[in-house]
Design a protein around this ligand. Structure first.
Ligand SMILES: [Zn+2]
Length: 440
């Protein structure tokens, strides 16, 4: 399916509409946010054609244009998840461990099942449906070491015409034999998948060493070789999540200045690289993140679930690091970005930082698009952007309805969505202007 050739009839959507032009937390609050209490979003051929107040736009619309009326509901850009493991769908909510034990006890046996292509395809299809139910229209996804697991997630994403990023896990040591590749096989398999899927329709490939402890120097070199050959491909991995892990990396790479320095040494810090967690970085590491244009993916439900630590999200933003927010399912405890933002707010409270409601929602939309270098395509409703958007229902539960009725301020309503909302508030999810999910 070539989405660019699909012609759609223009459709106007009428609702309250909110999106961001920049980071509302960076001292430019008023100009960063655009909100229309009664707005029109005009979609043409899967792209945003126009956005504005209904009283001005409604009379300008050609008479035969259908108007889909969502009055009383809120339209926002599709949510973006910047770090998630689709193979861990069946092990979300596994009790009792911290990172390294959790990997051995739950993760590796679960990922071993992806040798079975039929299983991979079934999980991929469920996973995509679950994203859409949660209003997530783009995600950066880890598969497993099996090339077929990448085919499965890309095929499922393509069937829904989603802008998705994914890659084969590269892992050549410190994991069970049945999950290991080699530096050479991981290079060739990743390259073949990259050639097959990168930039096909809306899909993008991410070179994905799992994390430094499961890759030899030689494998990290091969990952960097691929990254140099394909500069517009992504790099996706984990760093500095757990203290025991950080100590282990220091033992495995005795020459390194820090955990992040291992990746830096091999040339893996660059634009379009995404590092999940970044909790235990030092000042020099943070400078390198900002200098190189790498992104830090903040995964608050995972970080509290595994007892990993508290990421200073506001501090990282202040240091001009590209910060993304992410669920990190299956260590993350929800597919929902609203619940993820709720936990993000609480983690910032615990370290004496304040994450404002609008800044939080910015992060899950335009902020994540920026962190992924996709803000020219997605993240807000500027004309020409790909029309991925969701419709939120502020009467989804009795409590939410009651609490919403007490305020008419959009900032307060967003905070209520974040604190009380989950998949139930997602009324509809649109991909390139086509409805991909609607709550019954
Ligand atoms: Zn992860």
């Amino acid at each position: 399916m070539d989405s660019s050739k699909k012609i759609q009839i223009p459709v106007a959507y009428r609702a309250s509409i909110l999106h961001f032009l920049s980071d509302p937390g960076a001292g430019n609050g008023a100009s960063a946010t655009e909100f229309f209490e009664d707005g029109i979003l005009l979609i043409e051929n899967g792209l945003v054609a126009e956005l504005g107040p209904a009283d001005k736009l409604v009379n300008k619309l050609p008479k035969d244009i259908p108007v889909k009326d969502y009055t009383g509901k809120l339209i926002i850009p599709g949510l973006i998840d910047a770090h998630i493991h689709y193979p861990q769908t069946d092990m979300i909510a596994s009790h009792g461990e911290q990172l390294l034990e959790w990997l051995n006890k739950y993760t590796f046996p679960t990922e071993g099942k992806f040798e079975d292509q039929e299983y991979a395809e079934e999980v991929a299809a469920f996973f995509i449906d679950e994203l859409l139910r949660n209003g997530i229209t783009t995600a950066l996804v880890l598969a497993t070491v099996h090339p077929g697991s990448v085919d499965a997630i890309f095929a499922a994403s393509m069937a829904r015409n989603m802008r998705m990023l994914a890659g084969k896990v590269m892992m050549d040591r410190n994991a069970p034999e049945y999950l290991l590749d080699t530096p050479e096989s991981s290079f060739h398999e990743s390259k073949a998948l990259l050639e097959k899927w990168h930039k096909v329709d809306r899909l993008l490939y991410a070179i994905t060493p799992r994390f430094a402890p499961t890759s030899t120097d030689e494998q990290l070199k091969q990952a960097a070789n691929l990254a140099k050959e394909y500069t517009d491909a992504y790099i996706h991995t984990h760093v500095a999540e757990n203290k025991k892990e950080v100590k282990w990396v220091a033992e495995l790479f005795p020459w390194s200045r820090s955990y992040l320095d291992v990746y830096d040494h091999f040339g893996l810090l660059r634009e379009r690289s995404v590092y999940a967690h970044c909790i235990h970085l030092d000042e020099q590491d943070r400078k390198r993140m900002a200098q190189t244009g790498a992104a830090a993916a903040f995964c608050p439900t995972s970080n509290t679930f595994l007892g990993s630590g508290l990421f200073n999200c506001v501090g990282a933003l202040d240091q001009d690091i590209r910060v993304a927010v992410a669920t990190d399912v299956g260590a993350g405890t929800s597919f929902g970005m609203l619940q993820t933002l709720s936990e993000a707010y609480k983690v910032q409270q615990l370290i004496g930082q304040k994450l404002s409601p609008l800044r939080a929602l910015f992060l899950a939309t335009l902020g994540n698009a920026r962190a992924l270098y996709l803000d020219d395509r997605i993240g807000n409703f500027l004309p020409g952007k790909e029309a991925d958007f969701i419709v939120l229902n502020d009467e989804a539960t009795p409590l939410i309805k009651r609490r919403m009725a007490v305020t008419d301020k959009i900032e307060e309503k967003i905070f209520i969505y974040i604190m009380l909302g989950d998949d139930r508030v997602v009324d509809s999810t649109y991909i390139m202007g086509e409805c991909a999910y609607r709550a019954i």
